[in-house]
Design a protein around this ligand. Structure first.
Ligand code: ZN
Length: 279
């Protein structure tokens, strides 16, 4: 083995951006025969059920959940490094999390949409914005996501300042100490997308995002790591933005394939980790 990439994309725009993403990103993944996971909000899936039913039927892309309404499960409190502006803020940026009752109702609604649109429920969940420590410090929320059938999570996607990058040294783990040994945290490593890389790292870190990703891939191969990589369906209807995203995606995918890195869906990775008994 030479390292593993879990490429998971949040599909949440419920707009022309979503349709352009499905068409153009879908074509790229099919051309290179690279499996990936698309974490679709219930609201987006509900709007375009036929589009996603077709994707689901093709078998290459694993469709999983991203809540119904994109609510936060935990509060995000970003302590921004000097000189960094994030979401219009300097110093601190806070986005409040929802209540347990709101989360419970939202996840029930998300699963209902999955049943109606795809005839099955989601078993993996990306939690909007993602948090430091994931749900590790919130066993009450682990209970809720477990009750709704989610077994593989991407909820750990920020560092101790609620910022990024998330170091690759933090590898996937099961929530065994919290009493959920069958719930796997896959994290979201590095930066959550090109726009977060531009926010946090442009000066010190190479010429462009594609160069940065190639360097990460080299390290993943050298150290046989698992890399949970994230992007979004944002701005795909805009031609210039789409071309930019397709360029870095293609560059990364082709480089990773040359390195013989494995691409797995989150479902495939979960099965492997359960069978391996890594806890
Ligand atoms: Zn999202």
């Amino acid at each position: 083995m030479r390292g593993t990439i879990l490429f998971g994309i949040d599909v949440e725009s419920a707009s022309q951006d979503t349709l352009a993403f499905v068409e153009h990103a879908g074509a790229l993944f099919r051309e290179l025969n690279v499996p990936a996971t698309w974490f679709v909000t219930g609201g987006t899936l509900e709007k375009y059920p036929d589009v996603f039913r077709k994707v689901d039927g093709e078998g290459l892309i694993d469709l999983q959940g991203h809540t119904y309404s994109h609510l936060l499960l935990k509060t995000v409190l970003m302590q921004l490094p000097d000189g960094i502006t994030a979401h219009g803020s300097v110093g601190w940026h806070m986005v409040p999390g929802a209540s347990p009752q709101q989360i419970d109702e939202d996840l029930a609604r998300c699963q209902k949409v999955f049943r109606n649109a795809l005839g099955r429920e989601a078993t993996a969940l990306t939690t909007p914005w993602a948090y430091y420590r994931g749900l590790g410090d919130r066993p009450d929320l682990l209970e809720i996501v477990h009750t709704h059938g989610f077994r593989a999570l991407r909820s750990f996607g920020r560092n101790e300042r609620d910022c990024q990058p998330v170091p690759l040294e933090w590898q996937p783990f099961f929530y065994k100490p919290q009493g959920f040994p069958d719930v796997l945290e896959c994290l979201i490593h590095d930066y959550q997308d090109d726009f977060y890389w531009e926010m946090f790292a442009p000066e010190q870190d190479g010429k462009n995002y594609a160069d940065h990703l190639r360097k990460v891939a080299d390290r993943v191969a050298a150290e046989n790591l698992t890399w949970s990589l994230c992007s979004h369906d944002h701005h795909w209807a805009d031609r210039e933005s789409r071309e930019s995203k397709l360029t870095w995606m293609r560059g990364l995918l082709e480089h990773a394939l040359e390195l013989r890195l494995r691409f797995l869906t989150i479902s495939g990775y979960y099965e492997e980790m359960r069978n391996r008994g890594t806890q």
